[in-house]
Design a protein around this ligand. Structure first.
Ligand code: SF4
Length: 707
């Protein structure tokens, strides 16, 4: 290496894409990152990284980074023009205050993210709600894991994914539902591959995904159930387990409630009915029930195929129920385990101050408000006593012109929001839209009145929490370009311009905020008061919550080892309900079920970052494609590689036909990475979590020439 490329130091930090939370060694020259390698000693990834992680530094230097604030006003002829921070912050304050003055405090809202560090999320939530009087704010995490949050809260009494990644290596049976870790969480899949117990891997998914193929190659199996028949499947499995008396009676008696009512409920799910509704052979259903009830270590894992559903909360709870009735919780290699998506989605669950109060508290609970006010030294009357609207309700309120000002931070709803056909029409109703982002070209930034240029991962300090509840450090290893600032400092400046800077005098730096956040977790299930400081996190290679004073770092940090849950009676709940019909069944005009999901391990969500890497672009097709079954293309006279139109009741897109038997007949798959995909999806929501059901709607497919 030339001297300019020879590192003189190395530091370790957490990758900024997915919730796996891999450790990356960042190699430095004169305190600036020059390249990276995955960290061998980090207990998450053990020296591995996926393509996104390897390319994490390269996307920081993209040409379209936002380097100055941008303002659209009468002087700029309707175009965004560069401006200075003073003008930007004055405009931000004047416009939002004017809206609140005219329409009330709740007429300004914010939409945030799972992509910024916990300390920034907490400062944003506190500034918005305690400082600016904003009532409604939610995160894009509503789109990926709100269902798991609601399911855990109702079943366990707190939003607490119970597992540690070592469980991948300690299971005898690994049941993956609506999850494709081979490409969505590649390092987790590698952890499964390290399991020395010859586990049986079962993949439950309508599509024969990369993970299904890999599982079959490892003597596992794929259950290609009909889309959205998962609730029926899990109730049917529960019924089979009860009929075979393959239950952990001691566990049910000592640690749960409502089992008898649940058993009565699932008695309706006969083997014939379940086989008929799921499309799975009775023999395969029996074999799976026997495997789950075999007394071996069974772990259940799920991601978006469950969460992004019109009845996702009850499906997640049906999985939790299987774990409870077989005693597969709190022991190595077990668990009802939701894997989350974004690098700090788990931080947002505890610290975003959006739909729950900081530290997993409730806005509607007076004692909680008192406790948080004391811990943060703020007047208790500054804490709203009502819950925020959830993301879809905020969009609805904009449509009804109840919300007139919106502040969007590190998320891209113009691409990712399920009701994309209506999104532009709706946000055009706003009086003022602010987008705070690292790229000026993000689709949502194109609609903004004001763009605030933000520093990226790698250009600032703070902590992320990964899927196994491990708090890890993010460090500043590069300078943000131009006038871009860390979100933390943008929030501090806004507080000052708004006139509430004094309230955040103690919030001096990310590490000061971490110390405040420790206080709000005291005596909560997520208590982290035993973590001294950032240095301790660094030296310990991350620390999983809970970590109260006196906690032991040497043990595996799995939850519920003592069988005690977070409800007042310490028992977990069996929660269940009759299934709901698919919101949009196929018919003659729209005869295909559209499945959506991740298309590649090289791409991330709306591609705002990953599309900036030439390496990652080469690993993923640059044209929209639709996966179709060979029999369907034959019937429609479509050639492989031909341009087709995919249309739903809401809109259409053109795509290349990719012919593959990995989708079943009557189903098609389109990756979520292209902005057009959400022209098709149907804006329906799980009633409990308000999470959008991205995964199944009815579409038609036609040759373009015949359309
Ligand atoms: Fe980063 Fe996730 Fe890839 Fe690990 S698996 S390197 S955390 S994107």
């Amino acid at each position: 290496l030339p001297a300019s490329r020879t590192p003189d130091a190395t530091t370790t930090m957490i990758c900024g894409y997915c919730s796996t939370g891999c450790g990356l060694n960042i190699h430095l020259k004169d305190n600036k990152a020059i390249n990276l390698t995955p960290t061998t000693e980090y207990p998450v990834n053990l020296g591995m990284a996926c393509p996104k992680g390897w390319e994490a530094l390269n996307v920081l230097n993209a040409d379209d980074r936002a380097t100055t604030p941008l303002l659209r006003d009468s002087a700029s002829n309707g175009k965004l023009r560069p401006t200075d921070w003073h003008t930007a912050l004055t405009t931000f304050t004047d416009r939002f205050k004017a809206i609140q003055h005219k329409h009330g405090p709740a007429s300004v809202a914010f939409l945030s993210t799972g992509q910024i560090v916990s300390e920034e999320m907490a400062l944003l939530g506190a500034l918005a709600k305690f400082g600016m009087g904003i009532v409604h704010g939610d995160g894009n995490t509503r789109q990926c894991m709100a269902t798991a949050v609601t399911a855990y809260k109702q079943s366990f009494g707190f939003d607490a994914p119970p597992y540690t990644y070592a469980d991948f290596e300690q299971s005898d049976v690994i049941v993956l539902t609506g999850a494709n870790p081979c490409i969505a969480h590649p390092i987790m899949w590698e952890r499964i591959c390290r399991n020395q117990r010859s586990p049986r891997i079962v993949v439950i998914d309508p599509r024969r995904t990369e993970t299904a193929v890999a599982a079959e190659a490892m003597a596992g199996e794929h259950l290609p159930l009909r889309p959205k028949s998962d609730l029926t499947l899990f109730y049917g499995l529960a019924n089979l387990l009860i009929e075979a008396d393959a239950l952990d009676h001691d566990y049910i008696r000592e640690h749960t409630t409502d089992f008898d009512a649940f058993a009565k409920h699932v008695a309706d799910y006969s083997l014939d009915r379940v086989a008929n509704e799921t499309g799975l052979p009775a023999q395969q259903l029996r074999a799976l029930a026997e495997l789950i009830g075999s007394g071996k270590r069974v772990s259940f894992w799920w991601t978006m195929g469950v969460n992004q559903s019109h009845e996702g909360t009850r499906v997640a709870q049906a999985i939790i129920n299987l774990a409870l009735m077989t005693g597969n919780l709190g022991k190595p290699g077990t668990g009802a385990n939701s894997i989350t998506g974004q690098c700090n989605a788990m931080g947002s669950r505890l610290f975003s101050n959006t739909t729950s109060l900081l530290g997993g508290h409730a806005f509607t609970n007076a004692e909680h408000r008192e406790k948080v006010a004391m811990a943060l030294d703020i007047p208790v009357d500054r804490i709203p006593s009502e819950d925020s609207l959830a993301y879809p309700e905020i969009i609805e309120a904009i449509d009804k012109e109840q919300i007139k000002g919106l502040w969007v931070i590190a998320t891209n709803p113009a691409h990712s929001w399920i009701g994309q056909r209506d999104f532009k029409r709706i946000i055009d109703k706003l009086d003022f839209l602010v987008v705070q982002d690292m790229y000026r070209s993000a689709e949502t930034a194109q609609h903004a009145d004001l763009v605030l240029p933000a520093a990226a991962w790698g250009e600032k300090d703070g902590t992320f929490i990964n899927s196994e509840r491990r708090i890890g450090l993010v460090k500043k290893v590069a300078e943000a370009p131009g006038q871009a600032l860390a979100d933390f400092w943008i929030f501090k400046l806004i507080a000052q311009y708004w006139g509430c800077g004094e309230m955040f005098a103690q919030w001096e730096s990310p590490e000061h905020v971490f110390q405040l956040l420790k206080r709000v977790t005291a005596d909560q299930p997520c208590d982290i008061t035993g973590i001294a400081d950032y240095r301790m996190i660094d030296e310990c290679n991350g620390i999983q919550w809970p970590f109260a004073k006196g906690a032991d770092l040497s043990s595996e940090r799995r939850l519920f080892e003592d069988g005690r849950f977070y409800h007042a009676d310490s028992r977990a709940r069996f929660i269940f309900e009759r299934g709901r019909p698919m919101p949009e069944p196929v018919n003659e005009a729209y005869p295909f079920v559209l499945l959506t999901g991740r298309g590649s391990s090289s791409q991330w969500h709306t591609q705002t970052r990953t599309s900036k890497s030439s390496v990652l672009r080469k690993l993923y097709p640059q044209r929209v494609y639709v996966e179709m079954h060979p029999a369907d293309v034959r019937r429609l006279g479509i050639e492989a590689g031909e341009q087709v139109s995919v249309a739903s009741r809401r809109g259409a897109l053109q795509a290349i036909a990719f012919v593959t038997p990995t989708v079943q007949r009557g189903q098609v798959f389109v990756p979520m990475h292209d902005a057009q995909t959400n022209r098709l999806t149907d804006p329906v929501f799980d009633p409990y979590s308000r999470q959008p059901a991205y995964k199944a709607c009815a579409v038609s497919v036609r040759r373009v020439a015949h359309w």
